[in-house]
Write a protein that binds this ligand. Structure first.
Ligand code: FAD
Length: 544
């Protein structure tokens, strides 16, 4: 159970099962509010089944279904009335906990006399308007804005981004191995915002695609002509029991979290002997090579310090292969042998006990649960689309924003585009992919707003510089279907082999390519294939 406590009286959670009710009672809850309409998914328990279980556990139980994006003022009032009457502490749940949280927050505003989001949605015109609204000021949001302005300085663009710091996440692997200081990977958000763009420092909470509006946490509503959805993905630490509590302590760290990436470097240096365990969750994840890069760089350090004889390195991978594109596997296997790494496939991390230094894995082949003691644990967390995206009407069955994989245009809402980690295109989720996607989206928005009959196509390019030792990189570059898409001729840089040039590119050039070119709309080596609207799929694939 993934319970989020908001105050002493109120908590929220994702879907509950009947057997969870007894545990809720043990935790001290006195009532449960079910906000998830029956029948949203196969296998979902009905509200009556949950009611029986809740009552057996001594909890009072209330069913107030909230349909995604239909949070009316009446419904908020009903929730406020119900919330006043129920026994506290109470726990409300829906599919992810997001709807319950939103309706509770709205009911609190109502109780405090502040107009609710839904009231403003229903009763007032949008408080703000922008020609192009971009959700997220990460790699994808900033690069798209910059590429749009390269095409037309007069575009009126608003970026909604809650953070005041922008991160170059590909640099975090280097923070975890002592090559970069954390400062090298961050810039103040205002510094990377393209000039001419309006930045609203707030978070989007919901979408009304039929009304061309987005809603913000502040309750403000913004209307648009074109929407770009690019809020990245969610690192779902809570899926692994006990992980959040111990992350950064007890030998546990992750390069996926800048706060503990440096801890990973400290842990690597201080390990003299013992068992070092590295994990990889189910795909898709951002930078599918990052879990291995952490392992190879640590192993390289231990080998160069003559410790590898006393350190057993183990890789527990929820997937069935070392890397999804077979051409790069031989080079990786070479390093697996060199570092004497034990590979375990189909093993998904499910629980960590930090103080006891133990981890448990579910083996999807045998259905066994395996206990592993460790001295150092590097975790790559499970990853999903953010809750407010999964709860919206923009998504496919897996919860990602549903786009045509070539044009990156939404399949159902013609004025919505999506790119970066959150979109459904089956490419490798990387900043390298964003470098090629942003010009495609910018071109297609420019064409849409100017009635031009041309479409730009994305070929699925993604790149993963697989750092196999300090000073050498296997530079994987590929597109849809695993087609190899090298940027340099083989005589200069053979991506299937470990090379020093690959390392120079990754360590010296790519940060600058990111900050100084990509985020500024310079589309170096990123010109998309452009055709007229009649281009058929075969042509697209030929171009890809
Ligand atoms: P992000 O860059 O994560 O940006 C999303 C933005 O949306 C954030 O600023 C966030 O604050 C904002 N946001 C979130 N919620 C909301 C909301 N509700 N409203 C508004 N804004 C919101 N890529 C490579 O190309 N090469 C590599 O070697 C590489 N290595 C990596 C190693 C690690 C350890 C990690 C973590 C990533 C790595 N990546 C690498 C992946 C790369 O960083 C991502 O693919 C890329 O950042 C995706 O860009 P994005 O804009 O989709 O998401």
């Amino acid at each position: 159970m993934d319970i989020k406590q908001h105050n002493v009286d109120f908590s929220s959670a994702g879907q509950l099962a009947p057997q969870d009710m007894a545990q809720l009672a043990e935790l001290g809850f006195r009532s449960v509010i079910n906000n998830r309409p029956d029948g949203e998914a196969d296998g979902q328990p009905t509200w009556q089944e949950l009611e029986v279980a809740a009552k057996q556990a001594g909890l009072s139980y209330h069913y107030l279904p909230v349909v995604p994006n239909q949070m009316t003022p009446e419904l908020i009032q009903q929730f406020a009335d119900l919330y006043r009457q129920v026994d506290h502490p109470t726990l409300a749940f829906c599919r992810t906990g997001n709807r319950s949280t939103q309706i509770w927050e709205a009911s609190q505003r109502l109780t405090n006399g502040i107009p609710t989001q839904a009231q403003t949605t229903e009763d007032q015109q949008p408080q703000k308007r922008s020609q192009i609204v971009i959700v997220g000021g990460g790699a994808a949001g900033i690069a798209t804005a910059a590429s749009l302005l390269k095409r037309d300085r007069d575009f009126n663009i608003t970026i909604i981004e809650p953070r005041d710091t922008h991160y170059y996440q590909p640099g975090w692997t280097f923070v975890g191995s002592g090559v970069f200081k954390p400062e090298a990977t961050r810039r103040p958000m205002e510094q990377v915002m393209p000039s001419g763009v309006e930045w609203i420092q707030d978070a989007v909470t919901g979408f009304e695609p039929d009304k061309n509006t987005v809603q913000l946490t502040s309750g403000v509503k913004i209307s648009y002509d074109v929407l770009v959805v690019a809020p990245g993905l969610k690192l779902d630490w809570q899926q692994v029991k006990g992980l959040e509590e111990t992350l950064g302590e007890n030998g546990v760290a992750s390069n996926y979290d800048i706060k503990t990436a440096q801890k990973m470097w400290e842990n690597t240096q201080s390990l003299i002997k013992g068992r070092a365990v590295f994990t990889q969750p189910p795909m898709p994840i951002k930078c599918a090579g990052a879990p291995q890069k952490a392992m190879y760089l640590a192993s390289d350090y231990w080998q160069k310090h003559n410790r590898l004889g006393n350190i057993q390195v183990e890789f527990y991978n929820a997937g069935k292969v070392l890397f999804g594109v077979p051409d790069y596997v031989p080079a990786l296997q070479h390093y697996v042998a060199q570092y004497h790494i034990d590979l375990h496939f189909s093993h998904n991390l499910v629980e960590v006990d930090g103080p006891a230094k133990k981890a448990w894995f579910a083996n999807s082949e045998t259905n066994e649960r395996i206990e592993v003691a460790y001295d150092l644990l590097h975790v790559s967390p499970p990853q999903t689309a953010p809750d407010f995206i999964r709860d919206s009407s923009l998504v496919n069955a897996e919860g990602w924003v549903e786009v045509d994989q070539y044009s990156l245009r939404h399949t159902r809402f013609a004025n919505i585009f999506s790119l970066g980690d959150v979109c459904s295109a089956p490419n490798a989720k990387t900043a390298a992919a964003v470098r090629k996607q942003a010009p495609v989206v910018a071109h297609n928005i420019h064409a849409l707003l100017n009635n031009l009959d041309t479409t730009a196509y994305y070929d699925g390019y993604g790149s993963c510089p697989l750092i196999v030792e300090r000073g050498k990189v296997v530079l994987a570059e590929f597109g849809y279907g695993g087609k190899l898409l090298p940027s340099a001729p083989v005589w200069l840089l053979d991506g299937k082999k470990p090379t020093r040039l690959g390392w120079l590119l990754k360590a010296k050039l790519l940060p600058s390519i990111y900050f100084d070119l990509m985020l500024r709309g310079h589309e170096w080596l990123a010109t998309p294939l452009i055709q007229n609207q009649q281009t058929d799929l075969a042509t697209k694939e030929k171009g890809a």
